[in-house]
Structure formats: C-alpha cells, structure tokens
Design a protein around this ligand. Structure first.
Ligand code: F6R
Length: 251
C-alpha cells in the first residue's frame, strides 16, 4: 500500500487527478472505475482542468461506475448517471458508448448485473478503480456484512448510508433503499485501486479499513489484501492512523 497524506481536500483532489492523468498518459486506452459522492468532486474538477490545460484526452478511455441507485431514471438529478455527466463527462471528449453505469431502471436485475460483469471483462478488466469510503466502511455500496466474494449485485442500503446520502435529497424518505453495485470481488479484480478519504467523519472508517481486522463487517478492510492500493487521505481523516501508515513513502 502507498499512502499519501494530503494537507487538505484541495491537495487530495489534485493528487488523485494527477494519478488518473498519469494512468491515462501511460495507457490512453485505460479502463477507469469511477466513484460518485462528495469525495471525488474535487478530483473531477481538477481532471477537467488538466483536460483543458494539458490536453488529456478521454477519447479512448472506457469507464465503469461503481454503482447506481435502484430504481432511478437517468434524467433524475440524484442518479449517478446524471452526476457523472454533470461533473465530468459533459466537459471532456469521452465517447458516450465508452461510459458504463449500471442501469437504475433495469427490469431484469440479475441480467443487468451479469451484463455489467461481462462488459468489464470484455473491456479487459479495470486498470484503475477510484473509491470513496462510507462512514460505515462500505466501498461501492457493499455494506457491512455482505460477503466479500460478491460480484455486481442488487444491495439493500444500510440505514447509515441512507441517512448520510439524504443530504443530496429533499428528505430521507426520498433516498432509494436499494442500489446496483459492483461487488467486492469485482472491485478487488481491478489492477490498481485509489482510495480517497477526507474529513473528520471518515476518521474511524479509514482507521478500521487500513489497520483493523479484515472482516466483512468493515468491507473496505479487504483492500489491505490488494497488491496495488494507493490511499490518499487528508489530515482530518488521518487523525487516528498510526505513524507506520502515515510515514509510508509515496513515490
Ligand atoms: C459512490 C460510492 C460510495 C461512496 C461513499 C462515500 O459511488 O460507491 O461508496 O464513495 O459512500 O461517499 P461520500 O464521498 O459522499 O462521502
């Protein structure tokens, strides 16, 4: 694991965007796994800046998002489809056919989950997967206690997740209670993983994930076993991490 301690959210976002930039510069046909939520917003802003100022092209890139609410339409401003277009895709030269997000309105859920896994395989697997972390330690929408070996599947969202995500909705009742999410197994198959955490509310989740026991009650703890994990956390989120983690050299 490589650990990068960022001064603040701005630095975290810049560093994360730089990592994606170098991934794409070295492999223009990269397959990127993307996350939504508050954490990567700054990274997407930085990526758009790099795209404009340094001519980073997304034309050969394929993307796979981690998850989508179920049931939700693409036009719904709370959908992750909408989020990705609003915050990244509308600004860059990505080909719409290279964008993959689980269909939040799929009639045949099982079929949709299988199709998603097949698309990832057809693309040659994910080169670099970006992750945020939930306050309960979830990654994607893999909530505590879900089996580590799951592939893309329909999940019931945890109370804590519904509560945390209600900030994006008019009320908590409006938050969908289910989502289609890549499974832990799908995530772990990515060649590289970039985990981002900022803010004091992530302090326990990141501590447990990186230094706690590896167990399904803390889904992100499985990342300790990934051979190519980079973590970028800001000072607030890193407060409880031991110096042996914080002092790891990042090159
Ligand atoms: C988003 C996702 C989630 C979020 C996590 C943190 O696609 O899969 O795991 O990364 O809930 O969300 P924020 O960044 O809003 O704190």
């Amino acid at each position: 694991m490589r650990f990068y301690l960022a001064e603040d959210y701005k630095e975290l976002s810049r560093k994360a965007a730089r990592i994606i930039f170098s991934q794409v510069a070295l492999k223009p046909k990269s397959v990127l796994g993307l996350a939504t939520g508050s954490t990567p917003l700054g990274m997407y802003r930085e990526l758009v800046k790099i795209y404009r100022e340094e001519k980073l092209s997304f034309s050969d890139i394929k993307t796979f998002n981690l998850d989508e609410y179920y049931r939700i339409s693409k036009e719904n401003p709370q959908s992750y489809y909408y989020y990705m277009h609003k915050n990244l895709f509308q600004y860059v030269d990505i080909d719409e056919k290279n964008i993959n997000i689980p269909d939040g309105e799929a009639k045949d859920i099982e079929g949709e989950c299988m199709r998603y896994e097949e698309e990832i395989l057809k693309a040659g697997g994910i080169d670099l997967q970006v992750l945020g972390i939930g306050v309960n330690g979830h990654i994607g929408f893999n909530e505590p206690d879900l089996k580590f070996e799951a592939l893309t599947h329909l999940v019931e969202l945890d109370e804590t997740t519904i509560k945390a995500n209600s900030r994006f909705f008019e009320s908590q009742e409006r938050v969908p209670t289910r989502a289609i999410s890549m499974g832990i197994k799908t995530i772990m198959h990515s060649r590289k993983i970039l985990l981002l955490a900022n803010g004091a509310e992530k302090v326990d989740a990141i501590k447990e994930a990186l230094e706690g026991e590896i167990k399904p009650q803390v889904p992100a703890s499985i990342l300790q076993l990934h051979p190519n994990l980079t973590v970028i956390a800001d000072k607030e989120a890193s407060q409880k991490l031991s110096s042996s983690i914080k002092n790891r050299k990042y090159n």
